[in-house]
Write a protein that binds this ligand. Structure first.
Ligand code: SF4
Length: 286
């Protein structure tokens, strides 16, 4: 029997700038969650985790179980939640500053471990909440609060980083192409393993890339998703710097490989002297 559409709105006042593209991500996430529910996932089995930043306000606007973590640290909280209860569907939401600057070590290790969680990075390419400082994906020459003369650093390509860190699902979406974004997140959530999506999310107040992205984005065909070389070639079509290059959207790479929590939690016992200690038993007794 089809499940009833769930009303996810909360009474929290939305404090994003009027017209911010985060509104599109919020609307899309509501659809994704309803889709999950239609397919049989209980609402109480969905957990959202965020850090700090404009992106992370999103959990206040969705009536679901959620956890607000520290800046740059939501992935480790999400991993811990998944390890504590494998049944949960965990979606982590973060900004580019939190994930590609502060939290970059956690990002690499979560991808390498292949924990079965989904990470959505709202990539507006600046620290927007603190009125615009450059981040790892700001283009060279970016003028903001911490680089008034223009940043001298070249941007990081987060998708190339994720490919080398062995992320088993790598995608890119755009907050003004919501149908494609919804399909992409649906697939990421269903994927067994670490799913990474970089969402291009123009910050209309401090770094408005909307017109430029609108002219350059295109949806990729989904084929040969397990071929690393082809994935890298597609990833390299845009280096987050070139303002003329086309920008592919969709899934770049997808691979099935063992999921971390299944390997780690298979046998939680160890020996101390002649005693066998079993963590699962201890956890049950707490
Ligand atoms: Fe959105 Fe930028 Fe405003 Fe933050 S500062 S709410 S990202 S438009």
């Amino acid at each position: 029997m089809a499940q009833k559409k769930i009303q996810l709105d909360t009474s929290a006042k939305k404090t994003w700038c009027p017209g911010c593209s985060n509104f599109g991500i919020l609307a899309t996430l509501k659809k994704v969650i309803n889709n999950l529910h239609q397919r049989g996932t209980a609402m109480e089995d969905i957990v959202l985790v965020s850090g700090i930043g404009c992106s992370s306000k999103i959990i206040d606007y969705l009536g679901l179980n959620s956890f607000s973590s520290l800046h740059g640290r939501p992935l480790v909280s999400g991993e811990g939640i998944k390890l504590g209860n494998k049944k949960l569907t965990v979606i982590v939401l973060a900004g580019d500053g939190g994930m590609y600057n502060e939290g970059i070590a956690h990002l690499v290790h979560a991808a390498k471990r292949n924990v079965d969680i989904t990470l959505l990075v709202h990539n507006n390419r600046n620290f927007a909440l603190t009125t615009s400082q450059f981040t790892a994906t700001s283009p060279q020459g970016f003028k903001g609060g911490s680089s008034p003369e223009g940043s001298v650093e070249e941007p990081l390509n987060p998708l190339a980083l994720m490919l080398s860190a062995q992320a088993s699902f790598i995608g890119r979406g755009y907050s003004f192409r919501l149908e494609g974004l919804e399909q992409l997140i649906n697939k990421a959530v269903r994927h067994q393993g670490f799913s990474f999506i970089d969402i291009l999310q123009p910050c209309i107040t401090f770094f408005d890339t909307t017109d430029s992205y609108n002219k350059r984005v295109y949806a990729m065909e989904e084929k040969d998703l397990t071929d690393e070389k082809k994935a890298l070639a597609k990833i390299k079509e845009w280096d987050y710097q070139d303002e003329k290059a086309n920008i592919p959207l969709g899934i770049f790479y997808k691979q099935e490989r063992p999921v971390y929590e299944n390997m780690l939690l298979k046998d939680l016992s160890f020996s101390r002297g002649d005693k066998k200690i079993n963590f699962k038993k201890i956890l049950k007794e707490i």
